[in-house]
Ligand binder design. Structure first.
Ligand SMILES: Nc1nc2c(ncn2[C@@H]2O[C@H](COP(=O)(O)OP(=O)(O)OP(=O)(O)O)[C@@H](O)[C@H]2O)c(=O)[nH]1
Ligand SMILES: [Mg+2]
Length: 300
C-alpha cells in the first residue's frame, strides 16, 4: 500500500477550491506563448472544478532552483493568496520535487503544477478499466519521482556503512509503488492483448479524428455516425477511443475513430501510458485534423 500522503495526493479534491495561478516566464518563451499557456491553465483549473481567483506572472532569467519564483515574489504570492482567500496554488511550470516541497512548506496551502492538474483531470475522466489503469500508472510514475527530498537525502547521507540488508525509509516508500506499477503494466498488457484478438474486421479505411482538446472531435464523430460519444465543453472529455462505421455518400465505408485530444506540455508519463491508445493513430489510413474555427490561430 502506498503511504498515506502519497495516497492523498493521488486523490486530490480540486472541485470547489479557490486557485491562484502562478507562471514563471524564462528562456526564449514569448509573451504570446506565455499568455496562451496561462489561459490554457485556467481552462484546465476550471475543468477540474476549481475557481480561479487570480494569477501572478514573473519573468526571470532562469527558474529559482529552490522555489521556482524568487524570494520577493514568494512574499507577493503569499499576500495575494491570503487576500483572495486562495487554498490552492497552481504553477504553470512543472516543479521539481525540491521546489514542490519547499513551496508546500512555505505556503501552507496545497501547491500543484500543470502536470499534476492534468493527471487529476484524467483520473476523474477515465471511464473504462483500461483508461483507469493507464491514468493510475501515469500518476504512480509521476509520484515515484517525487518522494520528498528529505527522505532522498536520508538515503543519500545515511547510506555509508549502513548499506546492506536494511532498507531506508525512502526505499520502503518506493517499493510498494514499484510493485503496483509492475502489476498495472501487466494488467494493461492483458487488456491490450485481448483487444487485439477481438479487434473487429477492417471496415473500409481507418480514419482517426485528431486535434486539440475541445476542438469538436467527438461532436463530428456523432454527426457522421450513430455513435453516442460523450461531448462536453471542457478539456479532455474523451479518454477512451471509440470506433464507428461511417457510410459515405459515394457508397464507400470508413471506420472512424475518436481520440484523446492534444494539449501543450502533455505529461510524458501520460503519453507513455496511453501509448496503445495512441498506436491506433499510427495504424490509421488517414488522419483527420479537427480544428475549432473560432480559435484565434485558426483562419477559416
Ligand atoms: N459552435 C460549435 N460548437 C461546437 C462544434 N463542434 C463542437 N462544438 C462544441 O465544442 C465543445 C467540445 O466538443 P467535443 O466534441 O467534446 O470536443 P472534443 O474534440 O471531442 O474534445 P475532447 O474529447 O475534450 O478532446 C462542445 O461543447 C461542443 O458542443 C461546432 O461545430 N460549432
Ligand atoms: Mg472528445
Amino acid at each position: 500500500m502506498p503511504s498515506a500522503s502519497i495516497q492523498s495526493r493521488r486523490n486530490l479534491q480540486l472541485a470547489g477550491e479557490r486557485a491562484l495561478l502562478v507562471q514563471v516566464i524564462y528562456g526564449r518563451r514569448t509573451r504570446d506563448e506565455a499568455e496562451d499557456s496561462l489561459a490554457e491553465l485556467e481552462r484546465l483549473a476550471d475543468t477540474a472544478g476549481a475557481t480561479v481567483v487570480g494569477s501572478i506572472t514573473q519573468r526571470r532569467e532562469r527558474p529559482d532552483p529552490a522555489l521556482m519564483v524568487g524570494q520577493g515574489k514568494l512574499a507577493e504570492i503569499q499576500l495575494a493568496s491570503r487576500t483572495a482567500e486562495a487554498n490552492l496554488l497552481i504553477f504553470d511550470n512543472d516543479l521539481t520535487a525540491v521546489q514542490a516541497n519547499n513551496l508546500d512548506l512555505s505556503m501552507g496551502i496545497k501547491v500543484i503544477d500543470r502536470t499534476e492538474l492534468i493527471l487529476q483531470i484524467f483520473a476523474r475522466r477515465a471511464q473504462t478499466a483500461e483508461a483507469q489503469i493507464q491514468v493510475e500508472l501515469a500518476q504512480l510514475q509521476y509520484l515515484a519521482g517525487r518522494i520528498p527530498v528529505s527522505e532522498k537525502q536520508q538515503r543519500f547521507f545515511g547510506g555509508i556503512g549502513m548499506r546492506g540488508p536494511g532498507e531506508s525509509p525512502f526505499q520502503l516508500r518506493r517499493a510498494p509503488m514499484m510493485a503496483r506499477i509492475t502489476i498495472l503494466k501487466r494488467k494493461l498488457r492483458e487488456i491490450q492483448k485481448r483487444r487485439q484478438l477481438t479487434r473487429r474486421r477492417k471496415f473500409g479505411p481507418a480514419v482517426c479524428l485528431v486535434g486539440y482538446t475541445n476542438a469538436g472531435k467527438s461532436t463530428l464523430l456523432n454527426a457522421l455516425s450513430a455513435a453516442e460519444a460523450y461531448v462536453d465543453d471542457r478539456l479532455f472529455a474523451t479518454l477512451d477511443t471509440k470506433s464507428r462505421a461511417v457510410f459515405l455518400p459515394d457508397g464507400r465505408n470508413a471506420m472512424l475513430t475518436d481520440t484523446v485530444g492534444f494539449i501543450r506540455h502533455l505529461p510524458h508519463g501520460l503519453v507513455a501510458s496511453f501509448r496503445s491508445t495512441l498506436e491506433e493513430i499510427g495504424q490509421a489510413d488517414l488522419l483527420l485534423l479537427v480544428m475549432d474555427a473560432g480559435h484565434r490561430y485558426v483562419r477559416p
